[in-house]
Design a protein around this ligand. Structure first.
Ligand SMILES: Nc1ncnc2c1ncn2[C@@H]1O[C@H](COP(=O)(O)OP(=O)(O)OP(=O)(O)O)[C@@H](O)[C@H]1O
Length: 260
């Protein structure tokens, strides 16, 4: 029997009312995400990737269809702290150390001081920043800052990690390293990950499932279950299975007339 999905969307639609014409950001999006899946959402700007992630997070409300997260409404799941959220920009406070930034949500949630210290140390180790807790954000490279923001999202042990183009602003070499590190972290923690990206190689390298979307209105044009094993050295990108999967993603994007 298939395990019950962690995230389940049925015919989810979202129309934003605007001053001129309504914007149909999502239309009839149906998708199941299982425990431990790594799901990437790929598509051109404006196809509703961020909107869908925000719906899962309970930060945006669908205008049609149903969406459950851990069997709850997204709003209930948000209040139960079902997920950590990583934004495109690290968003670290410059006047707080890295450890202080990671501890901030824990302080707000009322974790005790010793519990906070233990959690901060553990997640700093997970993202290999163990030596940098006492530094300030501006003393770290962009890639390190983004790792710190991932640590912050992991600190309260949610089973779901939602990531909105977390590596989009980084150069390719740093991005490669962070992709490898993210896969290692995913293997170690078994989290369910929803990941927005514009990059075909990134989506194929990271995901167990790739969701290809098209714009106006945002729809799913293809869902690809990755043929790649879970263990993925960077060299896997030269394999036939990788290249074939990347080709299928590209075809899916074309079918949505995304880049034509
Ligand atoms: N609050 C809002 N009010 C009106 N329109 C919105 C709102 N938020 C998003 N949109 C529109 O909904 C559509 C989907 O936006 P969304 O940000 O989800 O796309 P995206 O695929 O994540 O794009 P990008 O890759 O550029 O981040 C876009 O046309 C956007 O302009």
């Amino acid at each position: 029997m298939m395990p019950s999905p962690v995230i389940s969307a049925r015919d989810v639609s979202l129309t934003f009312p605007t001053a001129d014409a309504p914007v149909h950001a999502l239309k009839d999006v149906s998708l199941d995400i299982g425990p431990g899946d790594f799901v990437s959402f790929i598509g051109p700007s404006g196809c509703g990737k961020t909107t869908f992630l925000r719906c899962i997070a309970g930060l945006e409300s669908p205008t049609g269809g149903t969406l459950t997260v851990n069997g709850m409404t997204p709003d209930q799941a948000r209040r139960a702290r079902a997920y950590g959220y990583v934004f495109q920009a690290p968003g670290l406070y410059p006047w707080r150390t890295i450890a202080g930034n990671i501890a901030l949500p824990l302080e707000i949630m009322g974790f005790s001081r010793p519990d906070r210290a233990e959690r901060v140390a553990r997640v700093l180790d997970l993202v290999e920043l163990g030596q940098f807790g006492g530094k300030y954000p501006w003393q770290l490279s962009g890639g390190m800052q983004q790792r710190a923001s991932i640590a912050r999202a992991l600190a309260f042990d949610a089973d779901i990690l939602l990531m909105d183009e977390p590596f989009g602003a980084l150069d390719e070499i740093v991005r490669d390293r962070l992709n490898e590190a993210l896969l290692a972290l995913w293997a170690k923690t078994g989290k369910t990950i929803g990941f927005v990206t514009h990059s075909i190689p990134e989506a194929v390298y990271l995901s167990t499932k790739i969701v290809v979307m098209s714009p106006r209105p945002g729809r799913i044009t293809d869902v690809i279950d990755s043929p790649l094993p879970r263990q993925r050295p960077l060299e896997i990108r030269d394999s036939a299975a990788f290249i074939e999967t990347a080709h299928r993603v590209r075809e899916g994007l074309r079918a949505g007339h995304s880049y034509d």
